[in-house]
Structure formats: C-alpha cells, structure tokens
Write a protein that binds this ligand. Structure first.
Ligand code: HEC
Length: 469
C-alpha cells in the first residue's frame, strides 16, 4: 500500500472540505455583487481571463479522461477545489516543473508567469466570478514541442492492464526495431494508450548484440512485459556475469502536456537493424474504471543527418563499481554526492559513445535527470577550464514522479578541457520515506543500484560532438 498517496489523499480531502465551505462563501458573494448592479467592465472572470490560462497550463492533464484527479475545464466542477488550486500554484507544485530559475532558460517551460499567478489570485480574492461564456478570451498558445512528421510508430505488443495491487506500476516492454537498414532517430514523442493511467513513458535503445538477452526478459514475470523500476533492467533479474550487464541508452521521454521533440541541429541517434527499444511505462492506478493500455511512441527518422548525437549518461563509474562510494547513511537528510569530469573521461563516453569523437568538445542540448525516491535536489554545472562555474540545471525539489527532460533554449559548448559537474542530494529519513511512498519498518543505509530501494544519480546529457562539423 502506498502510504504517500494515502497521505496526499487525506490532505486533498481536508483541503477539499475546506474548499467547499470557502467556495460557497465565494458563490454567495458573487451573486450579491451581481445583484448590486452586475459585472464591472474590468471585473476578472473565469471566461474573460482565467479559462485561457487553465486551458493552456492545466487541462492537458486535468480533463475528464486525464491523469489528474479532477478536471479544470468546467467551472462548476473545479469550483470546490479553489483552495487546493491556489495552494498548489503558490507552492509551484502545479503545473509540475522541477527546474528553478538559477539555471539556464529551457524550452517548453510549463510554469505560470508571475502575472498569471497574480491574476488568478486576484480573481479568487474577488470571488472567482464565472462571467459570461460570450466574453471568453482567445486561447493562449504555450509551446509544448511537436514533431514535423511521424515516420514510424512503435506500440506495446499487446494491451496491458496495470495491477491495482500497487498505486504505481512500472512496466517495461520490449519492442523490436522494425527496419532492416540503419537509420537515425531525429524526433521523439509519446502517445498514451490510456490517458487515465499512463503517467509517463521512457524509451531506451538496446544494441543488436543484446537483443536475445532482452527478448528473454519477457519470461521473467507473468503477463505482457516485465516489472522494472528506475531503468530498463527487470526488477526480478540479476545478470549472470558482468558481460550480461544490460547496456541501454536513453532515447526519449514523454509525460502529459508534452507534444514531442525534434532533436536540435539536425542531429540524431543511430539505430542499427536488429536493435530493440525498451519502453518503460509508469502507470498510476488511482483512477476509477478501465486502466488497460497500449501506448505507443512516435519517431521521426532521417538517414541523412548532419550530426550524430548521444544521450551520454553522466555519473561516476566508481558509484556503479563500488556502490558504497555513493553511501546515503540511514537517518541523514542532506547527503550530497558530486561527480565532475571531462567529456572524454566519462564512463558513458567510454562504453556507449566509443564511435563518437569528443576531442573538440560537444554541444549540450538537453538533460534528463534521474534519481530514485529519496532524491531531493539535482544540479548540473558547467566548469570551464578557466575556472568559471555556470549552473545549467537546478532542481530544488526533485520529485521521482515528475521526471522530465529539460531542453536548453541555447546549446552550451562544452570544450575538451571543460568539466560537467553533477550533484545529487538525498534525504534518507522517515519523513522522506513517507513522501516517497516506499515505506520501510526501519531506516537503512542506501547506495547505488537499480532496485526500488537503491538510489541513482545520473544526468542523461543530449550531446552533439563538435568534431563532426
Ligand atoms: C502534466 C500534468 C499536469 C498538469 C499540466 C497540471 N497538473 Fe495538477 N495534477 C496532476 C496530477 C497527476 C495530480 C495528482 C497528484 C500528483 O500526481 O502529483 C495533480 C494534482 C493537482 C492538485 C491536487 C493537489 C496536489 O497538488 O496534488 C491540484 C490542486 C492541481 N493539480 C492543480 C493544477 C493546476 C491549477 C494546474 C495548472 C495551472 C495543474 N494542476 C496542471 C497533473 C497535472
């Protein structure tokens, strides 16, 4: 049972009850002001000011069939939730977006602006008036990405129904690569098969020499696919030898509210015939009704790219080889581990990107942060060889449930002698356990691993080497 969700649910219920009495008051105030002479010209109303904001920033998830707990596109339906709404937008937990302003600007930023926040606050303070449907303001456009075309769609081999035994079901599916010739992925998007249950999708690429190994993963668990947690590795599996260790590279990620990404600078990731894609689906099982799903990913392909790219996993190889070198002692709430290095010296460059030449450096375009449920903060910095430190990405309140990729508005050139620095901060206390939903009887030391109770600290960096220009 997921204690975190029960806790959240109780809080939501309390807020909801508070919200109900609050909105009754607001409703009666509204009708009073209307009876005193109708709406003033400059009155902020749902239709004239607020609806375009909710439609653009909330309704992708908060719709009748969406993943979020209540719809935000119908005034009478969301009115009882005004208090939790104000709470979540003031705390900046909604819309979900982890990056703070201390890094560089990112594309597809989903956060409300200060002006929008002030407008919603004033609207609620003045009684959250509905206004007339005729006064509806034009829709706002928010850049959520998008593909120029879809060249192939890869779907789960069959329908999967997530188990209600858990509030979150993480399931991996092996999808054969359908093309006979080498090609490059130049754009990625996800299509949830069931918007109520699919919380996010993460795709990994497996090279042909491990195709047989991953095809065998299907036998590990009952039903389609297999249980996995932080990555493509089956939860109920250990490699027989180091040679069997699964080598996967990140391909792309999708969560509600994102319409896909075309990779920058006409770059792409090479895929060989005979490869496999492992699609990890995070299912949330709290919604009522049918949760069955057959999700897909959509890819844009191009044989003729200008630059080859890679998602380089940025982490300290020592953490992997000697897990205790990334020790997170029981009971400590601010445990930090840092890794910095040059591009060419990283483990990812050695094991995954041997075919790429980092001798002239690389452009950094996007970062996908990854820790598990004890993760609290995630930071990536650029250390220039002249000693200048530039924060690129800082996530002050990391949330395992809202992992997303951050696409830099402008690529950053990482020169051969520059370093990238990654810092992860964890909280190994009971409070964090309660929040994380993975309760334990007693706290214990945690270190590197891909299991549910292990931790990781990886930044998947989308890079295009300079040398190929
Ligand atoms: C990317 C999807 C997504 C977007 C966009 C989004 N929400 Fe949510 N929201 C959720 C989900 C899912 C939950 C359930 C709790 C969770 O998983 O965090 C939620 C929960 C909530 C809650 C319940 C309390 C809480 O914080 O858990 C409120 C209130 C809320 N959202 C308001 C909003 C508002 C207002 C917006 C737009 C300004 C918005 N949300 C945008 C997905 C979203």
């Amino acid at each position: 049972m997921n204690h975190h969700k029960v806790f959240i649910f109780l809080i939501a219920l309390i807020l909801l009850l508070l919200g109900c009495s609050e909105s009754n008051r607001q409703l009666s105030e509204t009708s009073e002001s209307e009876s005193l002479g109708g709406q003033a010209e400059d009155q902020i109303t749902y239709y004239s000011h607020i609806k375009p904001i909710f439609d653009a920033y909330c309704v992708d998830c908060h719709n009748t069939d969406g993943i979020a707990p209540f719809p935000l596109d119908e005034y009478s339906v969301f009115l009882p939730y005004l208090d939790p709404i104000m709470h979540s937008i003031n705390q900046k937990t909604m819309p979900p977006w982890g990056a703070s302003d201390s890094g560089v600007p990112f594309k597809y930023d989903q956060r409300l602006t200060d002006t929008q926040l002030a407008l919603i606050t004033q609207w609620v303070d003045e009684g959250a008036v509905e206004g007339a449907p005729e006064s509806e303001a034009p829709a706002l456009t928010l850049d959520k990405g998008g593909l120029d075309r879809v060249d192939i769609t890869l779907s789960l081999p069959t329908v999967y129904t997530p188990t209600r035994d858990r509030l979150d079901d993480y399931r991996c599916f092996v999808l054969p690569w359908p093309l006979e010739e080498e090609n490059n992925i130049i754009g990625f998007s996800g299509v949830p098969g069931n918007a109520k249950s699919v919380h996010h999708l993460v795709a990994f690429k497996i090279e042909p020499d491990q195709a047989e190994l991953v095809d065998g993963f299907e036998e590990i668990d009952d039903g389609p696919g297999y249980t996995c947690f932080g990555d493509a590795n089956p939860s109920n599996w250990e490699p027989d030898s180091l040679a069997d260790t699964l080598v996967y590279s990140f391909v792309g990620q999708w969560a509600p509210g994102q319409d896909g990404t075309v990779f920058p600078q006409r770059s792409g990731q090479q895929v060989k015939a005979g490869s496999r894609i492992i699609l990890q689906v995070h299912y949330s099982t709290v919604a009522e009704g049918d949760l069955s799903d057959q999700s897909s990913i959509q890819l844009m392909l191009d044989k003729d790219i200008e630059r080859e790219s890679i998602y380089l996993p940025w982490f300290n190889l020592a953490w992997y080889l000697q897990p205790d070198s990334m020790l997170i002692p029981a009971g400590q709430d601010q445990v930090s581990h840092i890794f910095s290095g040059k591009l060419s010296e990283s483990a990812g460059a050695r094991y995954l990107a041997g075919h790429l030449d980092f001798s002239e450096g690389a452009y950094l375009h996007a970062i996908f942060p990854h820790m598990h449920t004890l993760g609290r903060q995630f930071t990536v910095r650029h250390l220039s060889s002249e000693g200048q430190i530039t924060p690129i990405l800082h996530i002050p309140e990391y949330d395992f449930n809202w992992q997303r990729e951050y696409h830099l508005q402008e690529p950053i050139l990482i020169r051969p002698d520059d370093q990238l620095e990654l810092e992860c901060v964890w909280d190994n206390t009971m409070e964090q356990r309660l929040k994380s939903g993975l309760m334990v009887e007693e706290l214990f030391d945690v270190s590197w691993g891909d299991g549910t109770y292990d931790e990781m600290c990886i930044g998947m960096m989308y890079l295009t080497p300079v040398a190929q220009e």
